[in-house]
Design a protein around this ligand. Structure first.
Ligand code: FE2
Length: 277
């Protein structure tokens, strides 16, 4: 284990994080070790997947649903190697097992290389409804299906590349907000179509997905500059959800913004209150 990883592993242990970072390679990846999953863990996966499949059928954008069937997510914990076989054919993405959250820089380096880090452990039966740290169910069920869709797959790679630039410019927080309000909590309403969800924080949540699609949730049209400036809280339902008109629009808006200029202009400002944007 190199010293950087050893230091990160020590910090994670101090915070009580669950992953075993001692086996990390230099890029923070580990083995999935499929044979180690217990029948109890398989049962937890099945319970979560069955619940979310029903919600996804009602609320998810067709791109997410197409992804679910394309990578054949079922009632068993997915074998990452099998999934990679399908995903590589569809968009050239791969998933790589990690012990949990990893530092921003290696995370973005993975995205820029079309690799999505997925936690290799699963929550317990007591945590079916809520877990603090992202686990395999969130990372996989939430994020991976949509990576099989070419436009979104391109957006995520570009996001990784531009996030690395943003870190160098001191825009870490700003660029993370874009991830939060798109990849995690993004909604989409295509012309003439009903509102749908695609963000992973929604697709993996039994509570927040119906809330986000209800009349009680506030929505705002997508505007990348506003998103980069809007704060968020990790332990509450979102106080605003941004609505994309299409994945094409998201990709081209992100392609054309002057990220360096926006970071220089706003990086020292207090974030906008999501309750009032
Ligand atoms: Fe996530």
């Amino acid at each position: 284990m190199n010293t950087q990883i050893a230091e990160y592993a020590r910090e994670c242990a101090e915070k009580g994080m669950r992953g075993d970072y001692s086996a990390c390679q230099a890029d923070y990846t580990v083995l999935q070790d499929y044979a180690s999953y217990t029948p109890q863990e398989q049962a937890v996966w099945q319970q979560l997947a069955e619940r979310q499949m029903i919600l996804a059928g009602r609320f998810a954008h067709s791109a997410y649903l197409d992804g679910l069937s394309a990578i054949r997510i079922g009632s068993k914990i997915p074998d990452f190697e099998h999934v990679n076989h399908e995903l590589a054919k569809l968009t050239g993405w791969r998933i790589v097992p990690v012990p949990g959250l990893i530092p921003a820089k290696p995370f973005f380096e993975h995205l820029a290389a079309r690799r999505f880090p997925v936690t290799n452990w699963l929550r317990t039966a007591e945590e079916i409804d809520y877990i603090v740290e992202p686990d395999m169910f969130h990372d996989f069920f939430g994020h991976v299906p949509i990576l099989s869709q070419p436009k979104f797959a391109d957006f995520m790679q570009m996001y990784g590349e531009r996030a690395l630039d943003a870190i160098d410019l001191g825009g870490d927080e700003m660029i993370t907000r874009l991830y939060w309000y798109t990849a995690e909590y993004g909604l989409i309403r295509e012309a003439g179509q009903p509102l749908k969800a695609f963000g992973a924080g929604l697709m993996s949540s039994g509570g927040e997905l119906p809330f986000a699609m209800s009349k009680d949730a506030r929505t705002s049209p997508m505007d990348i500059e506003t998103i980069l400036r809007t704060g968020y809280e990790i332990d509450k339902f979102q106080r605003v959800y941004f609505v994309m008109p299409s994945f094409d629009a998201l990709l081209s808006a992100f392609e054309t913004i002057d990220l360096a200029e926006l970071i220089a202009r706003y990086k020292n400002d207090a974030p906008l209150d999501p309750a009032t944007v």
